[in-house]
Design a protein around this ligand. Structure first.
Ligand code: TRP
Length: 344
């Protein structure tokens, strides 16, 4: 008989995710991440952080970074993350993330990182001018997850490869240090109606905060006027909407708008088509704009309310950081012992 597979991780299920404080949050972040966080907090122990260590892989103005962290925290709270249930904290307030990332830098192989498509996309033609941090960004992400021994990670489709890398690092650590089952092999939770929200200007590009055109996205802080204008100007085609979902294939912009409507309404795309079949975008767009305003408007208002009282946000983040450290510190102490460090 060949050797059995190593014992699986036996710890509790735990959710962890985070968003970078660099640029405004938009509808894609809201439907692809924030809504999932608020749902999961009721099902599994949930840790949600603001990734300020990741943000500085590209230059951030030190005078603005704290405000950017508060804005993400305000968005979490406005969407319904409850600090009494979920642990909400700034990444830099828990130094164990960076400490574990160093150990993982020595576990991950250069060949693994060379394959990361997000680095290639972000660095473009001039990778020698990027920070070393941008290159090892996915290793820090693995440390974010594994310092809490998290088992489930709600993220957008684009993060799948980083989760595969996280599993590779966990498995190699468990193997090399002969601690089978020490780290879990975490799973990406990417499914859901908001999994792929595309740009309003180009149905083949993801909705993104780095798109130079503000018309490509609906920001969480957009007011009703802005939302109405952006939906009105959204790219479409001249055909009426079909009855069946299969007939939307190839009409990327139309598919995206129907998908957004469905995700915002909590309905299936087919259900939405059944309602609007035969109608053109002249009729559909005002309905979509009304729906977007009714869902996003109150969230923007809540965000502004929190940001008007930063003391409340800071209290949440400070308490969250304490709770996070209470988990991260003993986990890091274990790693120090396993690796054989002097201060183990
Ligand atoms: N890389 C993630 C993104 O761009 C943000 C992130 C950093 C993250 N660390 C994480 C997400 C850990 C999940 C878990 O969306």
């Amino acid at each position: 008989m060949t050797e059995a597979t190593p014992p699986a991780f036996a710890g509790p299920r735990r959710v962890l995710s985070g968003v970078q404080p660099s640029g405004d949050l938009h509808l894609g972040n809201y439907l692809g991440a924030l809504v999932k966080f608020t749902r999961l907090q009721h099902e599994i122990e949930t840790f949600i952080f603001v990734a300020d260590l990741h943000a500085i892989t590209a230059w951030q103005d030190p005078a603005k970074l704290k405000t950017q962290v508060r804005e993400i925290a305000a968005a979490y709270l406005a969407t319904g993350l409850d600090p009494k249930i979920a642990t909400i904290f700034p990444q830099s307030a828990v130094p164990e993330h960076a400490e574990l990332a160093w150990v993982f830098n020595c576990v991950a192989r250069l060949g693994w990182l060379d394959r990361m498509t997000q680095f290639k996309d972000k660095a473009g033609k001039h990778k020698e001018r990027e920070s070393v941090g941008l290159y090892t960004y996915p290793v820090l992400q693995a440390a974010d997850i594994l310092i809490y021994k998290a088992t489930h990670v709600p993220v957008g489709e684009d993060q799948r490869q980083h989760l595969e890398l996280t599993r590779d690092i966990a498995a190699k650590f468990n193997h090399d240090f002969a601690v089978p089952g020490h780290f879990p092999l975490p799973e990406a939770l990417t499914e859901g109606p908001g999994a792929r929200i595309m740009s309003l200007r180009d149905g083949t590009a993801k909705m993104s905060k780095s798109d130079p055109s503000d018309y490509s996205r609906i920001n969480l802080t957009d007011d009703a006027d802005a939302i109405n204008q952006k939906v009105r100007k959204a790219r479409t085609d001249p055909e009426p909407l079909p009855e069946l979902l299969v007939d939307l294939k190839g009409r990327t912009e139309a598919e995206n708008l129907i998908g957004i409507y469905a995700a915002l309404a909590g309905r299936t795309a087919q259900d939405v088509l059944t309602e609007f079949a035969g109608q053109g975008f002249g009729a559909f767009k005002p309905k979509l704009a009304d729906l977007a305003v009714s869902v996003m408007g109150p969230i923007g208002d809540e965000m502004r309310r929190y940001l008007a009282d930063p003391a409340e946000i800071d209290r949440v983040l400070t308490e969250g950081a304490e709770r996070a450290r209470a988990v991260a510190a003993p986990n890091m102490a274990e790693v120090r012992r396993i690796v054989g460090f002097w201060a183990g």
